[in-house]
Ligand binder design. Structure first.
Ligand code: GDP
Ligand code: MG
Length: 435
């Protein structure tokens, strides 16, 4: 079925704002081909008015669409009423189901997959209870089966998923650890839907891969196979970037959503592992939002991303003048630090952002003194590949200053020790740490 999609939204008072549902539909892989909105009270049969539903159906035919996305939440009977009105095979997603689709696609761990399944079941349970209590109003026979067979069935499945969640071992991803050991730092982009995370990710990856090409000496053929294996399990929302010799893996995380339905909170959290396990989180904020919304969003994101370093970025700075940016920066929590103004679409401010991210990465600096020779040249290349070579001098000895993840510096030590064996010099002298 094509992902060509018609949007429909209703609000009781104001004109519907479809920015968010449109962004959600796009992140679920839909291509929005038409949009219908309506301001009126809810209709019992469809949620939207009958006439509007006919317009949507016509639009679906005109555009040969495969989906209708309704911004409101539909009851099971409204859901069937819609499906009934639309051409055969056209699928309906209400807000809840659309969000669930997104979480499902982004669930990268066993725990996340189970949490999404649990959310689906819990939602179904609430819906079935609603249907039943609605039926009860019309049913004055005393019932033999007050719970209902199908409700019991869903509860049983919920129990089963919950048990499996309880039995799940603590999360630990071997690939992730290997990538860490290979000198990669993890950066996560977190923020609300439509803040510009995906645009920023592409920007960073592009710019940096160009820089990557000009990076220091490395034996591409040899490293390729090892690294291919490291990247086999990377999903499409993670990109490689190199900043000043440091190799980053930047992940675009699932966007925060306004009024996230309660049933979805745990599923959402479980998809945020990338943010909680990142070395640095870039908090992407749409700076064109009004101050109140901005503040609330920053606080909400901060609450969910863990205790690691956070770099706030004010995106869409191209839409906001400097005075306004300054006023908005002033209302953010003090300990967050000054937000970096950027424009992901224009490509401005990215260098500043990278500098701030680099400064927050865990790092140790160490100086190595090594004998001249082919093995040492191999070591120098290895350092270029795994961290920032801040200085290298070739004299009687080779003096190299490496700044990298502490684990990488430890590995460098081990390698340097084999090079200096048999000579009177020992490797590594001065070191300073900062995190
Ligand atoms: N004016 C402006 N628009 C932007 C900027 N960055 C992103 N956008 C737009 O904001 C919308 C949402 O961007 P997207 O990257 O999909 O946001 P995400 O939901 O956070 O991934 C898109 O229409 C982008 O073109 C920016 O710096 N300036
Ligand atoms: Mg996105």
């Amino acid at each position: 079925m094509s992902r060509r999609t018609v949007l429909a939204a209703r609000t009781a008072d104001d004109r519907p704002d479809t920015t968010e549902i449109r962004a959600l539909a796009e992140s679920a892989g839909h291509e929005v081909v038409a949009e219908h909105t309506q301001t009126r009270a809810a209709d019992a049969t469809f949620n939207l008015g009958r006439g509007k539903v006919e317009q949507v159906a016509e639009s679906v035919r005109d555009h040969d669409a495969g989906y209708v996305v309704v911004d409101n939440e539909l009851t099971p009977s409204q859901f069937f009423a819609w499906t009934d009105r639309l051409p055969d095979g056209v699928e309906v997603r209400d807000r809840f189901r659309l969000v669930l689709d997104i979480f499902e696609a982004r669930a990268s761990t066993r725990r996340a997959t189970l949490q999404v399944e649990l959310a689906r079941l819990q939602h179904e349970l609430h819906r079935r209870r609603e249907v039943q209590s609605h039926d009860d109003e019309y049913n004055w026979f005393p019932t033999h089966d007050p719970e209902g067979e199908w409700i019991r069935e869903v509860k049983l499945r919920i129990d089963r998923v919950q048990n499996r969640l309880k039995e799940l071992p603590e999360e630990g991803d071997g690939n992730r650890e290997r990538r860490h050991d290979a000198g990669f730092d993890f950066v996560a982009l977190a923020g609300y839907t439509n803040a510009g995370k995906s645009t920023l990710l592409h920007r960073l990856a592009d710019e940096l891969s160009l820089e990557d090409l000009g990076a220091g000496p490395n034996d591409l053929a040899e490293t390729a196979t090892v690294e291919d294996r490291l990247f086999e399990t990377l999903d499409t929302t993670t990109r490689r970037c190199t900043v000043d010799g440091r190799r980053l893996l930047v992940s675009d995380t699932v966007g925060f959503i306004r009024d996230l339905p309660h049933d979805l909170v745990e599923a959402f959290r479980s998809t945020l592992v990338e943010a909680r396990e990142a070395d640095v989180v870039v908090l992407v904020v749409d700076a064109s939002k009004p101050v109140d919304a901005l503040c609330e969003r920053v606080t909400t994101v901060l609450d969910e991303v863990g205790d690691g370093p956070v770099v706030p970025a004010f995106n869409k700075a191209d839409c906001v003048d400097e005075d306004e940016l300054r006023r908005k920066s002033a209302v953010l929590p003090d300990d967050l630090g000054e937000p970096v103004p950027i424009s992901a679409t224009e490509g401005t401010g990215l260098k500043d952002l990278q500098t701030r991210v680099l400064a927050e990465l865990p790092a140790t600096t160490e100086t190595f003194e090594l004998p001249q020779g082919d093995d040492t040249m191999g070591f120098v290349a290895w350092c270029h590949d795994h961290g920032t070579v801040e200085a290298v001098e070739y004299g009687e000895h080779v003096r190299l200053q490496l700044r990298a993840r502490p684990t990488v510096v430890e590995q460098a030590h081990a390698r340097a020790a084999t090079l200096t064996e048999g000579t009177t010099d020992t490797a590594g002298s001065s070191s300073d740490s900062s995190a």
